[in-house]
Write a protein that binds this ligand. Structure first.
Ligand code: UD1
Ligand code: CA
Length: 488
């Protein structure tokens, strides 16, 4: 008997292959918002504080089980056998709950957007009516592919018919089965054993339980989802993109209401595990992915991707691609910067245009402004690297570190051949190839002194444009000298 104190068990169906995805990745592992479909379902389920959560697997069972454990280590994995169909999946799950006598919430691993509040309301309605089964339904403009809910003249639910088994009249019904149900465990146990496989797909349909309950004069109800769009089931890539879009719209709206300025929700993609402080501004075409956190006042974008990054207060990140990077407060990054894993930019620092960094710490107030590669490097505070600084960190065998002290200023177009150290306050000349350590306070010069060979162009390139330009230059110089003599 269902009542408000009945224990709750959740069964998540995740054994199917997802043929229509045409993918080597099992359907329920396709991600939206940075989390696999089944991860969303498990997250919503756990918020209901059920007595147990069971996940039925079969296709690529190890991969699915691993993803389930990563999201919800307490979920119990149940293996479906070779009998196909959602009904068989539930039957196997019930065998793993031999003494359970309460309410069973069945969720589909490919219906990711139904939130805990909607599920809680479904359970409440089920218990209030003491129904044997309560189906979550939705009225859709386009019901293609879903099971239809068939009611009799007075509105009582009679059965669910799969699209492939439906008569032309039944196909026209727009009220669909969302693939989410609450069952009284004892009633479900009795009827699931009676489900056959004589249907268009030769499968044991869970949906057949509804008709069987009705035949047994057990009360069945259907509750409409408050947001029909959230009932979306993902069977193919078109529906996957639609689910991702709907989830993202929900996520963007949540951060906007928390105080973030997000100029263009349609081109801003925020994963569900990201965190965005009030007064952050996100400009169009930006991707805030993984566990990225952005502190107040920061401005991100346009055209930026941050994966698992930490961005400090009032930092700006423009047209940048960054992974596992920490960007300090008031730092500036971009335009056109590429921050790879292990980049740590100090407060007030700068990584500028066409600069790639990796596994490097750039200290407080230090700048790598233009056209550089900085890898496996530690840079102190208030350093300025000239344009075109390159750390040669790889000698064909292993990676080596470059260490640069505080207040170092380097000339343009330097190569730092690691392992090498530049002492505090040191300077380097333009074009230096720094192979040896530079002591604190030294000026390092590695380029041979410049020698000018006078008259080289007139002698070796007579008659060229260059030679003519030299001739004009000499004439102008002579006239200038002459007039100066007159003046004097
Ligand atoms: C199912 C419902 C349909 C409903 C729709 C809602 C049935 C027979 N049909 O159809 O009425 O409108 O969901 O989205 O239930 N699964 C297993 N074991 C299996 C087969 C499937 O665990 O043997 C899992 C799948 O991994 C998936 C879920 O059950 O997560 C639904 O299976 P799917 O094949 O997508 O069913 P639909 O055709 O969408
Ligand atoms: Ca489905």
């Amino acid at each position: 008997m269902s009542n408000s104190t009945a224990p709750l068990a959740v069964v998540v169906l995740a054994a199917g292959q997802g043929t229509r995805m045409k993918s080597s990745l099992p359907k329920v592992l396709h991600p939206i918002g940075g989390v696999p479909l089944v991860g969303h379902v498990l997250h919503h389920a756990r918020r209901l504080a059920p007595q147990s959560v069971l996940v039925v697997v079969r296709h690529e069972r190890d991969r699915v089980a691993e993803a389930v454990a990563a999201t919800d280590p307490d979920a119990v994995i149940v293996d479906q056998d070779d009998v196909p169909g959602t009904g068989r999946a539930v039957e196997i799950a019930l065998e793993a709950l031999p003494d359970f006598d309460g309410d069973v919430l069945v969720l589909s691993g490919d219906v990711p957007l139904l939130e805990a509040s909607t599920l809680a309301r479904l359970i409440e309605a089920h218990r209030a009516r003491t129904a044997a089964a309560t189906i979550l339904s939705a009225v859709l403009d386009d019901a293609t592919g879903y099971g239809r809910i068939i009611r009799d003249a007075d509105g009582t639910v009679v059965k669910i018919v799969e699209q492939k088994d439906a008569s032309p009249d039944e196909v026209r019904v727009t009220e669909i089965n969302a693939g989410v149900y609450v069952f009284r465990a004892s009633s479900l146990r009795t009827q699931i054993a009676r489900v056959g496989t004589t249907n268009a797909q030769g499968e044991k349909y869970l949906t057949d339980v509804v008709g069987l309950l009705r035949d047994a004069a057990e009360p069945v109800a259907a509750e409409a989802a408050p947001d029909a769009a959230a009932a979306l089931g993902v069977n193919d890539r078109v529906q996957l993109a639609e689910a991702a879009r709907l989830l993202n719209a929900r996520t963007v709206r949540r951060w906007q209401l928390e105080g973030a300025s997000i100029l263009d929700p349609a081109t801003t993609w925020i994963d569900v595990d990201a965190t965005i402080a009030p007064d952050v501004t996100i400009l169009p075409n930006s991707y805030i992915l993984g566990a990225t956190t952005i502190a107040t006042g920061a401005v991100i974008g346009p055209d930026s991707t941050l994966r698992d990054c930490e961005v400090g207060e009032d930092a700006t990140v423009t047209r940048t691609d960054a992974t596992l990077a920490v960007i300090g407060a008031r730092a500036t990054v971009g335009p056109f910067s590429y921050l790879r894993a292990g980049t740590r930019l100090g407060d007030g620092g700068k990584i500028g245009t066409f600069v790639e960094t990796k596994n490097s710490t750039i200290g407080e107030g230090s700048k790598v402004p233009h056209l550089s590669y900085i890898g496996d490097t530690t840079i102190g505070a208030r350093v300025n690297l000239g344009a075109g600084a390159i750390t040669a960190n790889y000698d064909d065998l292993t990676k080596h570190r470059t260490e640069i002290g505080d207040e170092v200023h380097t000339g343009s177009h330097n190569v730092f051949v690691a392992p090498v150290r530049i002492g505090d306050g040191a300077k380097t000349g333009a074009g230096a190839v720094v192979r040896k350590d530079v002591p604190a306070g030294a000026l390092a010069l590695s380029v041979a002194p410049q020698r000018n060979v006078e008259g080289w162009v007139e002698k070796n390139r007579p008659g060229t444009g260059a030679a003519e330009a030299v001739a004009r230059s000499r004439a102008a110089q002579k006239a200038d000298d002459g007039s100066q003599e007159e003046d004097g």
